[in-house]
Design a protein around this ligand. Structure first.
Ligand code: GLN
Length: 252
């Protein structure tokens, strides 16, 4: 299953986050340590989005294994950013291998990634998709579960819903019908990271002025802490809140 990472903090070359650490996202393309629910490698594409000077994010995606894109490695050595979201993809069986299916998905200031699978896709999403309008469906980036999750989420964001509430609501909509789904979502607007854990691993590393969320810790640094399953994280440099996704006593 895909792996993703979000960073907020002092500007760094993208390579220091994505390529250079001992167990970087690059290494997780061919040697991930914690794959669950099928898939052994993450070679069906990758993507990175980053913010500069408060503008809308730039994005680079390719439908090839990350290690084959030499131009990205060159770019990542020079490009610095203090807000980054990146992912490597292991396409779910039956879903296309294409650039448009690679995270991060974007809209305005937002970047989004999904690590996992919606069980019973596509039928299981039909009811939730009834909330969407024709434009949401016609602008779907790819025929994948992740693209539909993004359409559901951005529909709520466009309505002005609080991002943490919106992530929680979308996860809730899916798990109420298919709790065996895997729904690690990751969303940022460049100033906060919102993430869910439902069926996949996620770790957080905080320092005084930065925060990193990553499917797998990218090094042996003792500062990485695992996020419990079925939780919601809202993180900014200097503040990390982790809370259960479901209310007490609630079952999906
Ligand atoms: N199901 C999504 C896709 O195929 C995400 C895949 C994953 O997490 N491995 O793109």
């Amino acid at each position: 299953m895909c792996r993703h990472l979000g960073y907020l903090g002092p500007p760094l070359p993208l390579a220091e986050l994505l390529l250079d650490p001992p167990h970087s996202l690059l290494q997780q393309t061919w040697a991930p340590r914690d794959m669950r629910g099928g898939g052994t490698v993450n070679v069906d594409g990758f993507g990175a989005g980053w913010y500069e000077d408060g503008a809308e994010p730039a994005r680079h995606r390719r439908a090839v294994p990350m290690w084959t894109d030499r131009s990205f490695a060159e770019l990542a050595r020079r490009q610095r950013s203090g807000a980054v979201l990146a992912a490597v993809r292991s396409a779910t069986v039956g879903m296309p291998v294409s650039e448009a299916a690679c995270a991060p998905f974007t809209d305005g200031r937002w970047l989004f990634s999904h690590n996992g699978v919606v069980a019973g896709w596509p039928e299981s999403l039909a009811k939730a998709a009834a909330d969407l309008d024709v434009v949401d469906l016609m602008t779907l980036e790819a025929p994948t579960d992740s693209a539909v999750l993004w359409a559901l989420l951005r529909h709520r964001l466009h309505r002005g819903e609080d991002p943490a509430r919106a992530v929680r609501a979308v996860v809730g909509q899916v798990v109420r019908t298919r709790p065996e789904s895997r729904l690690n979502l990751l969303l940022t607007d460049g100033s906060a990271l919102v993430a869910s854990t439902w069926g996949h691993a996620l770790s957080v590393r905080r320092t005084a002025d930065s925060v990193l969320l990553s499917s797998e810790p990218f090094g042996d640094d003792a500062r990485w802490e695992p996020v419990p399953d079925r939780h919601l994280v809202v993180a900014r440099p200097g503040s990390v809140h982790v809370a259960p996704l479901l209310d007490e006593g609630e079952t999906p």
